[in-house]
Design a protein around this ligand. Structure first.
Ligand SMILES: Cc1cc2nc3c(=O)[nH]c(=O)nc-3n(C[C@H](O)[C@H](O)[C@H](O)COP(=O)(O)OP(=O)(O)OC[C@H]3O[C@@H](n4cnc5c(N)ncnc54)[C@H](O)[C@@H]3O)c2cc1C
Length: 492
């Protein structure tokens, strides 16, 4: 019998009386308890479907949900961190759910409890895992230590501060007319590794910053002193897109002065260089890793079956293999029969489906298999340049595609305040950058740390390069970009 045909008749019948749930943190209702772990696209999508029918507790290691598709804008000083984050309590409350800030470290399916990093345990009737992905380094030496990744709000702030700190250093060197730490012979070389959407967007955005904003923001720097390089080991960029769109994206990046290196594999990332598989060493003052994702290593401790990239294996109805009450959705989940890209749409659709299956199970009805509806993909290169490929094969590019990208991203941001703020900031970026428009540097509470440390709550240790050295001068430069009262959950 396929898992999708199972019904509650097969589920364990040892329902715990509600009062016995250890550390019960749910609302006082007597409805079945559902824990949703992770408030990204997948987790958010579950809430609407579960509303008013279940007592839902959301657990996330951050007090906010992050809109990852615009993180690169934060990293390149075009958006504020608070534009892409929304308070988890507010959005959970809107759907009648409770929120608890905490990191899930263990799952005990027999007792139907999850363990948190603080040692507490919480019981559930149904569990939805929507914990997302983190950087995959594919065994490339030095990548975790010396490259910056871009998966969390903290990653974006760290990257932005390092970028601006290095530009500051370069400006100081240029002013003094001498070469120094900020760039070999007065240069700053930035390498982005990975030619899929994140890498292309990051490279395009950095090129735009150099071409449009430097002249006014850093008049001491000649834009030719800043080099932006995009390295991809495959022979083309944006491989999920049609060949014509791939070629268009490569040509647009080249037009913006990005040094696009296709068919180029990286063997090692060093503190200020990259070593290619060909044996060539290229200087790189700042290396950004955008080459792929995998499940966080912490997922291995959950005792659930894992597939390629550490993703948790799910059955067609999205229940975790071998589990009757645990679902996995989004980037963390892998359906062997229906491999899906790690993108927002699959996470949203899987989240909705898992919640609907819980409704079926609670009514004693059999579950149904998940079917993905491909709505399309898009990527932007920069002002008035993007590629869009709709699910049914329609494609467009250029200004129309860019406007579609802009509109969709603004609409899908959570909260009117974020939408308005992002609209203002993006308009500022695209209209005013080359007329003296300022870079966005503020609203970070603890960015003075520059390098994220192990106690950083904004992501798993393996999403961030540990132990990255920063000179005192760089740290000081970064600290200058941390202003304002903070953008934690309370101030959004
Ligand atoms: C820079 C970047 C740009 C992107 N651009 C696009 C794009 O343009 N279009 C697109 O479709 N997709 C894009 N994606 C991919 C898309 O954002 C992801 O596919 C999507 O966010 C996956 O949703 P999710 O719910 O699975 O995980 P996420 O959205 O990553 O959410 C996971 C949540 O789980 C929490 N969490 C993780 N572990 C734990 C734990 N142990 N305990 C408690 N909480 C935990 C995290 O804090 C987070 O809130 C981009 C991704 C990145 C990183």
């Amino acid at each position: 019998m396929r898992p999708s045909e199972r019904s509650t008749a097969e589920l364990p019948t040892t329902e715990l009386p509600i009062a016995q749930y250890p550390h019960a943190e749910y609302s006082t209702s007597q409805q079945p308890r559902v824990i949703v772990v992770g408030l990204g696209f997948g987790g958010l999508a579950t809430l609407k479907e579960l509303r008013n029918r279940f007592s839902v507790l959301v657990l996330d290691r951050n007090g906010y949900t992050t809109f990852q598709p615009l993180l690169y804008q934060v990293a390149t000083a075009g958006l504020a961190p608070s534009d892409v984050a929304y308070p988890a309590r507010a959005i959970s409350g809107k759907y009648g759910a409770r929120f608890r800030h905490g990191e899930v470290t263990g799952i005990n399916p027999a007792e139907r409890t999850v363990s948190l990093a603080d040692g507490s345990q919480i019981g559930y009737d149904y569990l939805i895992l929507a914990t997302g992905a983190t950087a995959a380094y594919y065994g490339v030496g030095g990548a975790a230590e010396h490259a910056r990744s871009l998966y969390t709000r903290r990653d974006a702030i760290t990257l932005r501060d390092e970028l601006l700190g290095r530009l500051d250093g370069l400006a100081a060197v240029s002013q003094a007319g001498r070469a120094g730490r900020a760039g070999r012979a007065g240069r700053l070389v930035i390498t982005i590794v990975g030619g899929n959407a994140t890498g292309v967007e990051m490279a395009g955005s950095l090129a735009e910053l150099r071409n449009s904003a430097l002249e006014t923001a850093y008049p001491e720097i000649d834009p030719t002193q800043v080099e932006v390089r995009l390295v991809e080991q495959l022979p083309e960029l944006l491989t999920p897109f049609a060949p014509a769109l791939r070629r268009y994206a490569a040509a647009e990046l080249a037009k913006r002065g990005v040094d696009v290196r296709l068919g180029t594999a990286i063997k090692e990332v060093k503190p200020e260089a990259i070593l290619l598989a060909s044996g060539e060493t290229l200087p790189s003052d700042l290396t950004v890793w955008a080459a792929g994702v995998q499940a966080p290593s912490a997922a291995a401790a959950w005792g659930l079956e894992q597939g390629k990239g550490g993703r948790i294996v799910v059955e067609p109805d999205l229940r975790v293999r071998g589990q009757d009450r645990i679902f996995a959705v989004g980037d963390i989940a892998a359906d062997a029969e229906q491999p899906l890209p790690q993108l927002a749409q699959p996470a949203l659709q899987m989240g909705r489906h898992a919640a609907r299956q819980i409704r079926l199970l609670a009514r004693g009805e059999p579950t149904v298999p998940f079917g993905y509806r491909d709505k399309g993909i898009m990527a932007t290169i920069g002002r008035r340049s993007a590629v869009v490929q709709l699910g049914r094969g329609r494609r467009f590019r250029g200004t129309i595609a860019w406007l579609a990208w802009l509109g969709l991203h603004l609409v899908t941001l959570l909260g009117n305040r974020n939408r308005i703020s992002a609209l203002i900031n993006l308009s500022w970026r695209y209209v005013a950058w080359n007329h003296g428009g300022g870079l966005i540097v503020g609203d970070d509470q603890s960015g003075s740390s520059g390098s994220p440390g192990p106690a950083d709550p904004d992501g798993p240790a393996d999403s961030r390069p540990p132990g990255r050295d920063a000179s005192a001068a760089e740290s000081a430069a970064r600290r200058r970009y941390t202003a304002g009262p903070g953008d934690g959950a309370g101030v959004l």
